[in-house]
Design a binder for this molecule. Structure first.
Ligand code: FAD
Length: 260
């Protein structure tokens, strides 16, 4: 759409605007599709918000907001939560706080597509979860094990992700091998390799933004050391990939421009 300004984005950076837009879309749009949350969805929402409250490297008022939503959900003993009750907590304005904690409009920067139906939310959700898996390696003492973030992603995607075909695919990969992940470092690599599988499957299909071809990521120009050749075949150097992912998805690599 010509209404959406194209924003210059640097592929080697992560943008806070995308991450905050992901939070907004997840909590205020996807979860809001259910007027009453019950059972599995309550658990999925609690787990998702708990990992956000622990690991999301947000601006202070966003962190405070996530912690207050997490506290509220933890105190909720009822097995059913009307979205209207959650919405009151999500829009709760305290004095002296920013008027609207999560901005109501979504701004895509690193996830801006060449057309409105490309990229955007799904791109930001991947980015958010890669970042959370990396943050969990930096704050191991807060964690409950290698499946904490992956399990929260699995539950969120299964319970709420609007693309049901994507949810089915992701659940298939999770059921196949997620439980075998034994460390928080391996959790980072598990998500990276599964995302590359998705990229391979989608390359050349109509969901691919022609201006952002689906690559096996990170490409050599972003991480030369990640790539090797053995017997004339491409191989990943997983130790280099892990180092790269930890640097790429680190708070120091997040650009705060474009946030309001
Ligand atoms: P994305 O694939 O969304 O990637 C976002 C950013 O992450 C990239 O720009 C890059 O910076 C980085 N990145 C790319 N690859 C990796 C990697 N391996 N590790 C770490 N970072 C990486 N669409 C479908 O049509 N069918 C599906 O079955 C499907 N399943 C999905 C399942 C999940 C859980 C999610 C979140 C999305 C799924 N999608 C699916 C959407 C699809 O994967 C893309 O998100 C969407 O097409 C937008 O692509 P993109 O070019 O913005 O890059």
């Amino acid at each position: 759409s010509t209404l959406t300004p194209r924003r210059p984005a640097d592929r080697s950076k992560v943008y806070m605007a995308d991450l905050e837009s992901a939070l907004h879309y997840a909590l205020r749009v996807e979860v809001a599709r259910f007027s009453v949350l019950t059972g599995e969805r309550v658990r999925a929402l609690k787990d998702f918000v708990t990992v956000l409250a622990k690991y999301f490297p947000g601006r202070p008022f966003v962190q405070n907001f996530l912690r207050s939503v997490d506290r509220w959900l933890r105190n909720m003993r009822e097995s059913r939560i009307p979205y209207s009750a959650l919405e009151r907590v999500l829009t709760n304005r305290k004095e002296g706080q920013a008027p609207e904690v999560l901005s109501n409009n979504m701004t895509w920067v690193g996830c801006q597509g060449s057309k409105p139906h490309f990229r955007g939310y799904p791109c930001s959700l991947w980015t958010l979860f890669h970042l959370l898996t990396v943050q969990a390696t930096r704050y191991r003492r807060l964690g409950t094990g290698p499946l904490e973030v992956l399990g929260a992603m699995r539950g969120y995607v299964w319970s709420f992700f609007g693309c049901r075909e994507c949810a089915q695919h992701f659940e298939g990969m999770a059921a196949e091998s997620m439980d075998k992940v034994r460390s928080v470092d391996k959790a980072v690599l598990w998500l990276w390799s599964r995302h590359n599988r998705v990229n391979a499957r989608l390359a050349g299909t109509e969901t691919e933004d022609p201006e952002f071809p689906k690559l096996q990521w990170p490409p050599p120009d972003l991480c030369p050391l990640c790539h090797g050749v053995v017997n004339r075949r491409h191989v990943w150097d997983e130790a280099a990939v892990l180092r790269f992912l930890k640097a790429h998805f680190s708070p120091a690599n997040i650009i705060l421009d474009y946030t309001e």
